[in-house]
Each structure stands twice: as structure tokens, then as C-alpha cells.
Design a protein around this ligand. Structure first.
Ligand code: BG6
Length: 483
């Protein structure tokens, strides 16, 4: 791996502490860091380098998936320097440039510069244009920009942001993070069929009745009301994570492809997503908001009673949708997606339901036959299983039984480890490319507008439940149930 400078905007923020420092530390333990690297953390807090190193150390002690190794801890901390930074001040960029250059010559490393934007979205374009204007991003080596979500808040703002970033960076230098793409089981989807021809036979589209993607959470809005009350589940989870999961699921590749070819395939999928007209949103989309209830035995207040949320807020904390991919592979097979805060469980999973050969529902019920399912559990468990019916002779009924295909390897790398490593080695496979992001926003836009114009009901659901009843109806319309 080439030596480089890693400039982290937002180095005193929550993401840096909980995800980025631990990810870098685990890469370090695995020997997956460059021989020489200068990591410069930027923030407004008045830290000295040593204060910052202490923050880094505290973060890895608290959040690293592997314990600290005292013997080489200092070597890791020595990578870090801190710089007090005001993203809107030209002088800040000048001084930052000098610091980067002096570290580069001190460590004798080339001008390979990786910029990580973990900042408020409104600062992303300011920073990108200043990096350009100050000359920091005009390097003799390579330069890359990693951008955290949210990437815009609607189609127009996403396009504007992208235009702005494009002035300073080419598309192949921009790495848009969608941490769901860093989850090992999601990465697995790309090569699942290629590596397992038997599964490929099973996933013959003519045999699949429907596909269900769930990303449910038990947490509420936490301390993020200012952002979340504007974003809602539709922007926070559906536009990015869930549509990325739809793309990754529908890829179903019989061969191994390059990053570029995968990108093209994903674009093909999202382009084939049947558009939903604003006036028709009520038919295929369900939105909900949690009321007071009990989550895993603990009482939980309703959304509008959460700190920082407007008492009259009509924001969506739950979205379920029925969508169709109009391409030869998936034509006519409904995809159901759902995500919600304060539901009964934390689970991200993909379930493919197979068609049943028995049409007599009474027979199905009396004999206990349930549909075969292929279940890909993404988190918190990582597992692939096939649910089949096995006859219990003593009961003379079929009992659903799971065959597990994967033993969960303990100690899997975290999403951010995989993503940071990929960005360092210039592998863009598991990042969201601009066209995917733009087309996702295009598909979402009428839904956002229908929400804003109240063209569909806002259902409620008690905290700790599976979501609003209307989300069940969405499947029952086609004689299906959520799994
Ligand atoms: C983030 C959302 O992108 O994903 C959060 O902003 C959400 O609201 C989180 O809680 C869920 O991620 P994970 O990895 O816990 O499923």
C-alpha cells in the first residue's frame, strides 16, 4: 500500500471516535496500513497533538473490537497530529497545507492525499472548493475524497453537492460512504452466486415469489432530532441503505466482475426500478411514526415526545414499500422493503421467499407447510440459511427447519475497516457511485413530495411493535407475509 496523508475533517466528532479511530487501529493490528502515514485530525476544539492522541487512545480503548496492545500502541498514536481548523477560513487551509507538506517531507512520503469528510453536510462543498482553491488537493501523487452521508437531502441538493465536489475531484476520486456496503454479508452478496453454483440454481428467478428486505432498529431518534426530524426514515435509511441493498440483492452475478462492471450492473438495477408517481405513492408506500410503548422491556416515549422533536411533527420513523424491478430477471417479482426505529428487534436481513407448489391453503395449514425461504442475515447476526419443511412423524405435520450455510466467523472486521482499507487501495467496489445516488434520489423524490403534501396517511405504531398494521396489508394484498 502506498504511503499517504490522511486528513480527517471532523476528527473530534462521534463518528471518528466510535468508528474511524477503532477501524484504523484494527487495520494497524492487521498490518494493513501503509509503512508511513501522516494522519491529521481537524476540528474546532483547542487540542494540542498530545490531547488529540489521548482522545484517539480513549476511543480505541472504548470501541475497538480487539483489545489494545500496549507494546505497539505508541507507534499507532504517533501517526496522529491535530490541527485547529475553521472550514470557512482561507487562512486555515493555508496553514493546513503547510502542515501537510512539512509532515510529508519529515516522513519522506509522496503527495498521496486522502481527505475524509465527516462533517455537517452543508460544509462538504465549502471544504471541497477550498481544498481546490488552496492547492491542497493539487497533488503530485493521487488524491481521494471520502464523503459521509447524507449526500444531499433531495434530488436537487444532491446534484448541487455533486457538482461542487466535481469541481475539485473526479468521480473516480470520490468515495461516497454507505456503511451498509461495508457490512461483510452485504459484500458477500456480490459473489454469493458465483462462489456457490448450487445457490445460483436455487435463486432461479422463476422460483422466487417475493424478496423482503428488513432493516429494523430498537433505538429511537437518540440525540439526533435536529437532523432526523428533517430527514425521516425515507432519507435516513431508504434512499441510501435500503436501495443499495435492493441493488446488491438483485445483482445475482454468476461471474466475478470488476468494480466498474458491478457499478454498471447496479445502475442497470436502479434504472429498472419502476417509478412511482406522486399521486400513487399511497398504494405502494406505508409511512409510520412511533407512539409510546415498551421496547425490550423498557418504556419508551412516543416520537413527538422525544427531546428536540416538534410536538406536531409528522416525520416518518418507519417506511415500508413495495417495488418492482422491470428487467427480465425480476419482472413481476415484488420486492418489499421496510425500516423503522423503535421496533421490536434490531435486525437487518434479506429474505427470498420461494414459490409454493401446493395451492390448497387448507392443506398447507393442516399439514404445516410453510414457504421455503433463503435468509441472508446481515446484522447483528451474519448467516445464510435455507428454511425447509421436515416431516415430524409423531405429529404427522411438517415443521420448519433451518439449514445454515455459514458458520458465523467471530471477530469479523467492522464495515469501516473494510471501507477505509478499500479507499486506501483504490478499490471503489463497495462505495456508492454518483449515478446510483442520483437515481436513488430520483426514485425517492415523488415519495418525499407525497409525504410533504400529506398525500398518504401517517400511521402510528407503538414503540416495541413490528410497525404499523398497514405494512402487513401491503403484503397481504398479494397473499404474502413479512418474514
Ligand atoms: C445510519 C442512520 O446511517 O444507519 C441511523 O443514520 C441508523 O439512523 C444507522 O441508526 C443504522 O445502522 P446499523 O449499521 O446499526 O444498521
Amino acid at each position: 500500500m502506498p504511503d499517504m496523508t490522511f486528513v480527517l475533517f471532523g476528527a473530534t466528532g462521534d463518528l471518528a471516535k466510535r468508528k474511524l479511530f477503532p477501524a484504523l487501529y484494527n487495520l494497524f493490528l492487521d498490518g494493513k496500513m501503509p509503512d508511513a502515514i501522516s494522519i491529521i485530525g481537524l476540528g474546532r476544539t483547542h487540542y494540542q497533538h498530545d490531547d488529540f492522541r489521548f482522545v484517539v487512545e480513549k476511543a480505541i480503548r472504548e470501541y475497538s473490537r480487539r483489545p489494545i496492545q500496549v507494546s505497539n500502541l505508541q507507534d499507532f498514536l504517533n501517526y496522529f497530529q491535530y490541527f485547529i481548523f475553521d472550514a470557512t477560513s482561507k487562512e486555515s487551509y493555508q496553514s493546513l497545507h503547510e502542515l501537510i507538506q512539512s509532515r510529508e517531507s519529515e516522513l519522506d512520503i509522496p503527495e498521496n492525499r486522502l481527505f475524509y469528510l465527516s462533517v455537517a453536510p452543508q460544509l462538504a462543498d465549502v471544504i471541497a472548493s477550498n481544498l481546490n482553491a488552496s492547492g491542497i488537493s493539487q497533488t503530485k501523487g493521487w488524491r481521494r475524497l471520502i464523503v459521509e452521508k447524507p449526500f444531499g437531502s433531495d434530488l436537487k441538493s444532491a446534484q448541487q453537492l455533486n457538482e461542487c465536489l466535481s469541481i475539485a475531484f473526479h468521480e473516480d476520486e470520490i468515495y461516497r460512504i454507505d456503511h451498509y456496503l461495508g457490512k461483510p454479508m452485504v459484500q458477500n452478496l456480490e459473489s454469493l452466486v458465483f462462489a456457490n453454483p448450487a445457490l445460483g440454481l436455487l435463486l432461479d428467478h422463476t422460483q422466487i415469489a417475493n424478496v423482503q428486505i428488513t432493516a429494523s432498529e430498537t433505538v429511537g431518534v437518540e440525540s439526533r432530532a435536529a437532523y432526523y426530524d428533517q430527514a425521516g426514515a425515507i432519507r435516513d435509511m431508504v434512499q441510501n441503505h435500503l436501495l443499495q441493498l435492493v441493488m446488491m440483492t438483485a445483482l445475482n452475478l454468476p461471474e466475478q466482475l470488476t468494480a466498474k462492471e458491478i457499478e454498471n450492473k447496479k445502475i442497470e438495477v436502479i434504472t429498472s426500478l419502476r417509478p412511482i408517481k406522486k399521486e400513487m405513492v399511497y398504494k405502494d408506500i406505508v409511512r409510520g411514526q412511533y407512539t409510546a410503548g415498551e421496547v425490550l422491556g423498557t418504556p419508551a416515549v412516543g416520537y413527538t415526545d422525544e427531546p428536540g422533536v416538534d410536538i406536531s411533527s409528522t416525520n416518518d420513523t418507519y417506511v415500508a414499500a413495495r417495488l418492482y424491478i422491470d428487467n427480465p430477471s425480476w419482472s413481476g417479482i415484488p420486492f418489499y422493503i421496510r425500516t423503522g426505529k423503535r421496533t421490536n428487534e434490531k435486525s437487518t436481513r434479506i429474505v427470498m421467499e420461494f414459490k409454493s407448489k401446493v395451492n390448497d391453503t387448507t392443506k398447507l395449514l393442516t399439514e404445516g407447510i410453510t414457504p421455503n425461504l433463503l435468509i441472508v442475515e446481515i446484522s447483528p447476526n451474519e448467516n445464510i440459511s435455507l428454511r425447509v419443511n421436515m416431516k415430524d412423524p409423531s405429529l404427522n405435520r411438517f415443521i420448519p427447519t433451518s439449514i445454515n450455510f455459514s458458520t458465523t466467523a467471530e471477530d469479523q472486521p467492522e464495515a469501516y475497516e473494510l471501507l477505509l482499507f478499500d479507499a486506501m487501495i483504490d478499490n471503489a467496489t463497495f462505495f456508492a457511485h454518483w449515478k446510483e445516488v442520483e437515481l436513488s434520489w430520483k426514485w425517492i423524490q415523488p415519495i418525499i413530495e407525497a409525504f410533504q403534501e400529506n398525500l398518504l396517511p401517517l400511521h402510528t405504531y407503538p414503540a416495541g411493535s413490528t410497525g404499523p398494521d398497514a405494512a402487513n396489508q401491503l403484503l397481504q394484498d398479494n397473499q404474502f407475509n413479512w418474514w
